[in-house]
Design a binder for this molecule. Structure first.
Ligand SMILES: [Cu+2]
Length: 448
């Protein structure tokens, strides 16, 4: 019989780490004091005083960054005692837009579920393992060119309640576009894209999770969790089929396991929570009659009620603004762009890639949800129960089956899992379009 571990069971390393922390407190305080006098880092994503459209949370809780390509992202942040970093009132303002365009009411992690393949351990890292409390102090070199904000950690170490653990910085991501204008100017238009990055590192057991939010100058938002640190020292007794030999010969088998990460997104497009969900499916058919090639037809469905969704080839979803249109009169929306995932069928709440539920303020974690009244179902799969969606909340589940490899030691290379949100008709053209090409909207024609 596999040993039973309740969701709240502590990961074995917690005690050991607490001891280590005690020894490090003196150093941490000294480092904090030094950092406080040193002030913000270079090229800081510093909050402006009285920005034109501050998200309304005060300078200390504001992240505002105008990227060099002209796009501004604004948001509020706070730190939750279980979810860790929470972003709120996120807005996007590309050049050419006079006002910020609100995208999200809130965005947060909603669970990191880690079941081991031998059935001996099953961890709920956010709600059961003190993920938020183990916020790591970041050194300036791991937030290059950015600012490390101080986070007051709820229920954290009372001797070290304030952790310099939230990095905001910018990064180049390579080409945003490239186009050689062969018709008119023989000019090559190219732009190197810029991103705002917002991240924390949280330690859970032997693992460290990097929770990264990436806000691109083209309006894309990417959210990823990177697992690093060390393989779990306690989980080395597996056999063939449940683990992988690590170290000399085939003596020590690291137990395989899954990391099922959930995000919770509350969209507030153009300031309205009444976003509409649309699902698109395409069917490809072989050529018939005199058609030159196969055909594809795309159909839209509009789920009016809560649902659990699954990716399949040619399927995608978008969240459509209830009120906002771009300058071409098209409804603004954000499309969910999946990342690679291995869906874990072992628990009801991990069986689907996506859940869309009607907003309920106590429903914050996809499983082991602690804040609802007793009797309220604990997991997201149970919240899909036929309510009409007037304020949809989107839950995205991205799984990774981790079969360890020799390269996982030591330290373990970061393994990323996540997804992104791509703007669809938020602006009438590419938000980075250069002035000379701004006329090329619609069925453009050559001009001589
Ligand atoms: Cu792992």
């Amino acid at each position: 019989m596999p040993e039973q571990h309740p969701p709240g069971g502590a990961r074995p390393r917690a005690l050991r780490r607490a001891a280590r922390k005690t020894a490090a407190v003196g150093v941490s305080l000294a480092a904090l004091a030094a950092a406080a006098t040193a002030g913000a880092g270079p090229a800081a994503a510093r909050p402006r005083t009285a920005p034109a459209a501050a998200p309304g949370c005060g300078a200390a809780s504001t992240i505002e960054q105008k990227l060099t390509t002209g796009t501004t992202w604004r948001m509020c942040w706070h730190y939750d005692s279980k979810a860790g970093l929470v972003l709120e009132n996120v807005s996007y303002q590309p050049k050419g837009e006079t006002k910020p365009i609100k995208v999200l009411n809130s965005a947060r992690l909603a669970q990191v579920h880690v079941p081991y393949d031998d059935g001996k351990h099953e961890y709920y890292d956010l709600t059961g393992q003190g993920f938020a409390q183990e916020l790591m102090t970041l050194s300036p070199s791991e937030c290059p060119g950015g600012t490390i904000k101080t986070v007051k950690v709820p229920d954290g170490d009372p001797r070290n309640p304030n952790v310099k653990g939230l990095c905001t910085t910018t990064r180049s991501r390579g080409h945003a576009y490239r186009m050689h204008d062969v018709v008119q100017s023989d000019k090559t238009y190219q732009q190197q894209g810029k991103d705002l990055l917002v991240y924390t590192v949280n330690q859970v057991g032997w693992y460290e999770y990097i929770t990264e939010w990436r806000f691109q100058d083209d309006g894309t938002v990417a959210m990823n969790v990177g697992a690093t640190g060390s393989l779990s020292w306690e989980d080395y007794n597996a056999q063939d089929g449940r683990g992988w030999p690590i170290g000399k010969n085939a003596r020590d088998y690291a137990t395989s396991h899954s990391h099922n990460v959930f995000w919770r997104l509350d969209f507030g497009l153009d300031g309205s929570s009444g976003t509409k969900v649309e699902q698109y499916d395409s069917t490809v058919s072989a050529p018939s009659g005199r058609q030159e090639g196969p055909t594809a037809r795309t159909t839209r469905t509009k789920p009016a009620k809560e649902f659990a969704g699954d990716y399949k080839t040619y399927r995608w979803w978008r969240m459509v603004s209830a009120t906002g249109k771009n300058k071409d009169g098209h409804a603004r929306s954000y499309e969910l762009v999946p990342g690679p995932t291995t869906k874990y069928p072992g628990r009801p709440f991990t069986k689907h890639d996506l859940y869309v539920t009607q907003y309920d303020k106590c429903e914050l974690f996809a499983s082991d949800n602690p804040r609802c009244a007793s009797g309220h179902p604990k997991s997201v799969d149970k919240w899909v129960n036929g309510q009409t969606l007037t304020h949809p909340v989107v839950w995205v589940n991205v799984g990774f089956h981790h079969i360890a490899r020799d390269e996982d030691q030591q330290p373990m290379p970061v393994h990323w899992q996540g997804f992104s949100l791509a703007p669809r008709d938020v602006t009438a053209m590419n938000p980075l379009t250069p002035k000379e090409l701004a006329w090329q909207n619609g069925h453009w024609e050559w001009r001589s």
